[in-house]
Design a binder for this molecule. Structure first.
Ligand SMILES: [Zn+2]
Length: 348
């Protein structure tokens, strides 16, 4: 809580001042060599902050997104992910300070809100879409939890009652405790295989029902909207079928999640699907090998860092999550992301 407060004060007051003094530009010049390849990660781009009830770090406002893309064009050389991989595999170099933009999870606002801004700035992007239930008009499993907690009138919840491994714990659902409750539930769900996750999410929804009307839900693109993105020139990549923690699944399930999602998207786009994004970044050496075997040419992780094109593992590409902030604070985020290869950093 105190760390959160300090971070938000840094964003609001200190970052613009330090940027004015040229501190971040100096750090970035030292930090990002010409051979750096920065891959930035977004999830949602929104107009209205009410669309993000708990501020879990997955949303950037359109205004900030617009500013951030303008900055990328000024300071970096934006390049599509597959285009970069093509050049590298031909033994060619990337442009100086190459930067690729990615989106995970296939939210509808990527089409309605982000795409016009991407086009306006001429910045290429890749979109990693989970294929399960694309046309069911049902939110992704963590958004179902967020939505159930945001809209319930219950004051308390016992996670053990729905089968979560949080014995003895009771979560308060008072207005100010809801964010912490959601974070606790999601953290716990990420420790379970996907079959169990989906069963428990349904039980959470039942326990917290009925939902109050009017609470916004994070909507996904349908399959035809994903195709629309592809036709608009956005690279489509796979992101599994059900968005599991791949490190908890059997080799057969990992293979199926990768191959099936790739096949669905290839059919949908009538084009080869080159890239895979590990769901929530969970991966191990087996998952990297499985991605190569499934026919992908590269895979992106959520390891926070900046790649160096001279020392790349194409199946473990690092990314930097973009904050919902002005450019001054974005520079801070980029200048503190570790260069890959580099010493393991404990910061996230
Ligand atoms: Zn995801």
């Amino acid at each position: 809580m105190i760390a959160d407060r300090a971070k938000s004060l840094l964003k609001r007051f200190a970052s613009p001042v330090l940027d004015q003094l040229g501190l971040y530009d100096r750090q970035l010049r030292q930090h990002l060599s010409a051979s750096s390849w920065t891959i930035v990660m977004y999830h949602r781009v929104i107009d209205d902050v009410a669309m993000d009830p708990f501020g879990l770090g997955m949303c950037v406002t359109r205004r900030h997104f617009d500013e951030q893309l303008r900055y990328f064009n000024q300071y970096f050389s934006p390049i599509g992910l597959s285009a970069a991989v093509d050049r590298l595999s031909r033994g060619e170099s990337l442009p100086d300070r190459a930067l690729s933009v990615t989106f995970d999870d296939g939210y509808l606002d990527n089409l309605t809100t982000a795409l016009p801004v991407l086009r306006q700035h001429g910045v290429p992007a890749a979109l990693f879409v989970p294929t399960g239930g694309l046309d069911d008009d049902e939110p992704l499993w963590w958004d179902r939890v967020i939505s159930a907690v945001a809209s319930t009138s219950r004051r308390e919840f016992v996670p053990g009652e729905v089968g979560l491994p949080l014995a003895e714990e009771r979560l308060s659902l008072g207005r100010w405790q809801r964010k912490a409750a959601v974070e606790r539930l999601l953290d716990s769900l990420w420790t379970l295989p996907i079959e169990q996750v989906l069963a428990i999410v349904s039980r959470i929804e039942q326990q917290l029902a009925p939902a109050r009307p009017g609470v916004p839900v994070a909507r996904r693109m349908t399959s035809s909207q994903v195709r629309q993105m592809h036709l608009a020139g956005v690279e489509i990549g796979a992101h599994s079928v059900r968005h599991p923690n791949l490190t908890l699944e059997s080799p057969a399930v990992v293979r199926e999640e990768m191959q099936a999602s790739r096949a669905v998207l290839e059919n949908l786009c009538d084009a080869p699907i080159n890239g895979f994004a590990y769901p929530a970044g969970w991966k191990n050496a087996d998952a990297e090998a499985a991605a190569a075997e499934a026919g992908f040419r590269y895979a992106v992780a959520t390891t926070r860092g900046v790649n160096d094109r001279n020392a790349l593992n194409l199946f473990s590409l690092a990314r930097v999550g973009m904050p919902d902030t002005r450019v001054s604070d974005l520079k801070r985020a980029l200048s503190t992301a570790r260069q890959i290869p580099g010493p393991e950093s404990a910061s996230s």
